[in-house]
Design a protein around this ligand. Sequence first.
Ligand code: MF3
Ligand code: CO
Ligand code: CO
Length: 269
Amino acid sequence: MTDNRGRLTREGIRIYPQDDFAGMHKAGKLAAEILDGVAALVVPGVSTGELDKWITDQVDAANATSATIGYKGYQHASCISVNHVVCHGIPGAKRLKDGDILNIDVTVIVDGWFGDTSRMYVAGKLSRKTERLIQVTHDALMKGIEAVKPGNTFGDIGHAIQTYAESNRMSVVRDFCGHGLGRVFHAPPNVLHYGRPGTGAVLEEGMIFTIEPMINLGRPETKVLADDWTAVTRDKSLSAQFEHSVGVTADGVEIFTLSPAGKYHPTWG
Ligand code: MF3
Ligand code: CO
Ligand code: CO
């Protein structure tokens, strides 16, 4: 897919005109609505393949396109990452058990714009330790988003996330990052979820990207399984992730993937 809107910074980051944010809001809203709707289906006994089937049908019903089906050979409308799976879990026959936690990540294309978002869910009952992991991961994402405004840097975003996670004795995954977004799925820059203040590219009005921290209860190291997709924690510790698609405005940030139902957290819904 090509894109020639706006202009590129010298780091190759696209600056979109503010008018383009309307398209991102539409795509982001659909992705967020799908994540709202799937919550009711997440119960012990359901398979991740069944959840993905429902998501596929929702994308079709909205006359939208899944960005992940056919992406580098991936064949599903969602990634579903259970327990110690960090990201890119492949939906399939595996059935959820009581207490399993999972991230569901959906990316849709609406009128050429990409909406990319993920949240955590629980099948059945959430344990106290797991609830804390999910809460800290969600709040770490929001701390990162609070650092988004013109003049700040990408390092400021990473630093905000890292200091929050580590002050809660959790670790930030280094092996995967957020990304530029817009009329393409993955564009510059790599949005790191760790870093030092004042480093990296300077944020400018019109930039569009994701922030999607993966936080582990144990060590940060990951490995990819033989299926070439599924990333897991090396120490088998639990991992959580939340993702929003955002745009930089003149004085701050707009979140394109806000939940219309206000459902961000398995226990708030
Ligand atoms: N949605 C993921 C992201 O946040 C990418 C998934 S690519 C897939 O960037 F092929 F694994 F689906
Ligand atoms: Co993403
Ligand atoms: Co995603």
